[in-house]
Each structure stands twice: as C-alpha cells, then as structure tokens.
Ligand binder design. Sequence first.
Ligand SMILES: N[C@@H](CCC(=O)N[C@@H](CS)C(=O)NCC(=O)O)C(=O)O
Length: 225
Amino acid sequence: MHLIGSLASPFVQRCLIVARAKGHDLAIEHPPGGSMQSDEFQSISPMGRIPILALDDGGHMCESGPISMYLDEMLDGPALLPEDRASRGRVREIEAIAAGEFAAGLRPTMVHRIFRASENEPVVLAGIAQSDRGAVALARLMQDSGSLYAVGDTISLADAALVPFLTLAMGTSFQPEIGDLLARHSFLTAYLDRALADPVLARTSNEMKAAFAGILARLDHPVPA
Ligand SMILES: N[C@@H](CCC(=O)N[C@@H](CS)C(=O)NCC(=O)O)C(=O)O
C-alpha cells in the first residue's frame, strides 16, 4: 500500500499523519504516467486529484477524509478516534469544518492567485469569506481545547486535518486577506504552535514548508521564512 501525491499537499499530509501517528511510514509515489494529467492517473483518480491510496490488491481509494478513516481502521496502532462518543462526534465536526469550509475556501486563492491558472477575484474573495466562517466555527468547537491537541489529550483525526490546512494558510499568509484572516483568528495559530510539539505533526509542518517553498520560488512568490 502507498500514497500517490506530493509532500506539499495538505490533503496528502492529512493521510500521512494518520499512518505515522499509528507508527507506519507510508511510501509516497508520483502520479503514474508522470503527471496528474496522464491517462494513467486520471483512470485511478475519479476527481483527478491527489491523494490516491494505492491498495495492495491493486485497487485505489480517493479523498483524504475516507482515506484517513480507512487507514485508522486498518493499520495497527493507537486509534485516532476517541472512545467516548461525544468526543468522537467533536473530532468529526472539526474534520468536516476544517476540510469542507476552511480548506475549501483557500482553494480559489491557490488556483487563481498562487498558481495563477486564471483570474477570478470575486471567487477568491468568496473563498476567503468561506474560510473565515470556518474559522469562526472552529473557534466555537475548539474552545475547550487547552491541550496540545484539538480534542482531548491525544492526537486524533481532527489534528490530522487541522495541522496541514493551517500550515497551508500560514504558507500563503503573504496574501493580505489570508494574513488578516490568521490575525483575526489567532486561536488557530496558537493551536498550531502547541500542536507542533508533537513530532508527527511537526514533521508534516517541516515537510510542507520545504516542499511549498520550492513551489512558491518557482512561481516567483515570496517564500515565507
Ligand atoms: N477533497 C479532496 C481534495 C484534494 C485536493 O484538492 N488536492 C489537490 C492538491 S493539494 C489537487 O489534487 N488539485 C488538483 C486539481 O484540483 O486539479 C481530498 O480531500 O482529498
């Protein structure tokens, strides 16, 4: 079993955190056919996106949320969903808002401002408003969390989602609206600072920063220190 994708992708890192927190190092491979546009990759990725989990029986799975859940269920090691039902619900709420609102809202900035695929400022600004609403919701859901982690005292699927998406936001904070968003929601950066005391989460942050710095430099953007 291995992951197809790149260390720069927060969605790939979400899956890597799950495997690593359980004590497994999943190998990462480039898309077959040499690129995400290749027929080989498109035939195994229904949305044409990374990550894809390549299974030992030759099958493939898409979407970082379902892949994370699958890895948590099938790999040996500590469970990344708490035993307690209410805490389990809280982890799933945070995952859903982190991916479906906070990270989804950053996508137009990535497409139109970072990769400059085309110009569409109204969509970029609507995305940032979506991330902002997600951040407001996360503040409510995480208000009881004073520990290193988002829910309770151990790493969970919530941290596996939050840390890569927040690292992406930090890496794009030279975009003024994203810098402002992070300043408005300082609990997010405070959480990220705490979470990086965990070596698995710190590894993701370091890998993403290094990989993302290369992409930003290639695209002539400022590289955050
Ligand atoms: N909902 C997907 C999102 C994955 C995603 O957006 N991946 C990006 C890389 S970070 C990608 O493949 N983008 C290429 C594209 O959208 O064409 C997931 O959770 O796995």
